[in-house]
Each structure stands twice: as C-alpha cells, then as structure tokens.
Design a protein around this ligand. Structure first.
Ligand SMILES: Cn1cc(C(=O)NCCCNC(=O)c2ccc(F)cc2)ccc1=O
Length: 117
C-alpha cells in the first residue's frame, strides 16, 4: 500500500498511545524508582510530604482496567509520578536525576507519537 511505499508505519490510533508509551517507560533504564509504589515505611517523611503518591504499576493497573476516561487523565497521573519525584528528591540525587531523564524521554516520545497520528 501507499503507506508501505513511503516507509511510514501505519498510524497508531491515538487511543493506543498510552499503552505504547507506558510499556516504553516501564522498560526504560531510569524507571526503577517508579516501577512500584514508594514504600512509605522505609522512606522517612514521604507520607507527610507527598499527598498523592503515584507510580507506574498503579498506572498500569488503571490502564488495564480502563479506568482512564481520557488520555489527559493518563498523562496527569504520569506527570504526578515525576512531579512527586522532583518535590521529594534533590535534582542531583540518583533518584532525582532518574526522574528528570525519564521526564525528558516521556516528553520527546509523546511528541513523536502525536506526530505519527
Ligand atoms: C520515587 N522515589 C522512589 C524511592 C525509592 O526508594 N524507590 C525504591 C528504590 C529501590 N527500588 C529498586 O531498586 C527497584 C524497584 C523495583 C524494581 F523492579 C527494581 C528495583 C524513594 C523516593 C522517591 O521519590
């Protein structure tokens, strides 16, 4: 077909983008601090400072059970993961740096997916 001729992969439906993006985030080398909920008993101060904890496994559960009414709700939970990280961690810490790198990946990749739509 024409799409094959011009070398483009068939456009992914926008509704599939969250699943595509989430899979890549979970596999990203900087995702390790975000894969599971922060263990609030072993991280002093976390419960007090971070009012709305969020992590990639919680988002995965919501995507799998179709709990996001729209893409914006999905993106706002992703932003919450990274905003919490910036609030709780120094930028120059191991986890702070991982969060900044994961955020820049997320922003670039989301823009790429939208160009593809
Ligand atoms: C986002 N955030 C995370 C932590 C934190 O201590 N997170 C756990 C790190 C240790 N967890 C791992 O090393 C790990 C986890 C899952 C996995 F599949 C592989 C490795 C503390 C403050 C904070 O703001």
């Amino acid at each position: 077909s024409l799409l094959v001729l011009c070398g483009r992969s068939p456009p992914l439906r926008v509704s599939l983008f969250p699943r595509v993006l989430l899979g890549e985030l979970e596999a990203h080398q900087d995702a390790w601090p975000f894969l599971l909920p922060v263990d609030q008993r072993s991280v002093p101060g976390y419960r007090k400072v971070i009012r709305r904890p969020m992590d990639l496994s919680t988002i995965r559960g919501r995507v799998s059970s179709n709990q996001y009414p729209d893409t914006e709700a999905f993106l706002s939970d992703l932003a919450l993961v990274l905003d919490n990280c910036e609030r709780f961690n120094e930028d120059r810490s191991e986890i702070g740096r991982a969060g900044l790198r994961l955020r820049s990946f997320l922003e670039r990749r989301w823009a790429q997916l939208l160009q593809q739509s």
